[in-house]
Design a protein around this ligand. Sequence first.
Ligand code: BES
Ligand code: MN
Ligand code: ZN
Length: 506
Amino acid sequence: MQIHVKQGLIQEEDTELVVVNLFEGVSTPGGALKAVDQALNGLITQLIEEKDFRGRLGETHLIYSQGAMPAPRVLITGLGKAEIFDLDRARQAAAAAARRARKLGVSRYSTIVHGAGQGDLDYGRAAQAVVEGTFLGLYRFDGYDRDNKPEETGLGVSQVTVVEVDDSRLDSLRENASIGQVYGEATNWARDLANEPSNFLTPGELSRRVSERGQQAGLRVEVLGEAEMAEMGAGSFLGIAQGSDQEGQFIVLEHLPKGRNAGDLTTVVLVGKAITFDTGGISLKPKTNMWKMKNDMGGGGATAAALVATALLNLPIHAVGIIPATENMPSGRAIKPGDVLTAMNGKTVEIISTDAEGRQVLADALCYAQRFDPAAVVDIATLTGSIGIALGRKIAGLFCDNDELRGRLSDAGQLAGEPLWPMPIYKPYRKLIDSDVADMKNSGGAYGGAINAALFLKEFAEGYPWAHLDVAGASWQDEQGPYSVRGGTGYGTRLLIELLRGYGQE
Ligand code: BES
Ligand code: MN
Ligand code: ZN
């Protein structure tokens, strides 16, 4: 989908549909809505008076211009109450409009920036949110549904023009619309990777797709196979990978702006769990819902997508993405409960559950991160069912003992519409993963499962400020949301881009 930006009057747009907006509770149209109302001889004033459209968030109302404007249709998208309007509501309103336009069979439409004049909302941020919401709202994954091909039925929005009347805002609009497109497309790519069935998205296929898109964006890409991993002593990762017929892949992405030295820039490392399918291994999962475990590479997908976006935005930082990718399978070669693995830092782990595989692959990746001498390392993982029980499907758990980094992540989550909630790395629980035969065991039981997992990871995140994001709840939705569909959400992509952008602004 193409995004265009132009200076002009929305009521004069010659296109299939124009999108304007209405705040809930407003009795007289203002701004762009007023201009459209005047062009339509007070039709919108009447609509509001009759209470046929109240401007609730997520609702849209279609009217016909009957020759009074060049565009045959006008769509009003509700913004909800003005007092509580924010960036996420701009995303939601834009997504609702985009979905309605698609349903109407519209391929090209023009819109204004929703909430542009609202309170202390930053214009550039609002413009970004509108474009972002448009991409997110239109997302769907139907790669294998032969009845549902937009390119064959002629459905699908192919071009959206964002119109701004104020000339002085055009530069900001141009810049932020393209930023919004980068955020939106990155998230949708992460969603595609998450929704892709694991028989197609093997570790090898994931590394091919990430390499291809990464290189196109200008990233340096390195993929280590199992032999190289063995040389490095990554026994924790390899222990998980050995049960699968698919070779494990250790993907390393690196962004360095042209002509800059890593030493002169802030280095931030992202680590993303990428289990392309988690059966649980010998500690086999129950069959109900097991299919959703194709999403167990969600953290790795978000990491790859955030790195690609970082390169496209050419952020002035040194960013590294580490994505340990493997399947977790039961087989004659699989590790068994009671086995002991040795990680890259020499620490030994007694495997209690082969289903606690995520922390095993992250352990070596966190050790590997040290070589970049990073200012911060953030890992993101669909790590525990517990975090979903604790925080539900909208919020991810934030484990971080460094105040500065935790603050940055919370702020990034807020801006991105991907909320994080602080969780404790509670030291007294460390004894729950004490082992009789090794340095630690890989499961501390069901109670406080997400905290025990964080305490485990901490053993490998040595020598740098570190945060762990447990996204097992938020990376999947069972129902359609304002700008997400059932399935993988690509959660974390936008907050990680936001985090890196923050480092680049200093
Ligand atoms: N991938 C799962 C966590 C998960 C559960 C993600 C539900 C998404 C939805 C992870 O590998 C896992 O199996 N964790 C175990 C850990 C336990 C064995 C210590 C869990 O949460 O039960
Ligand atoms: Mn598991
Ligand atoms: Zn898993």
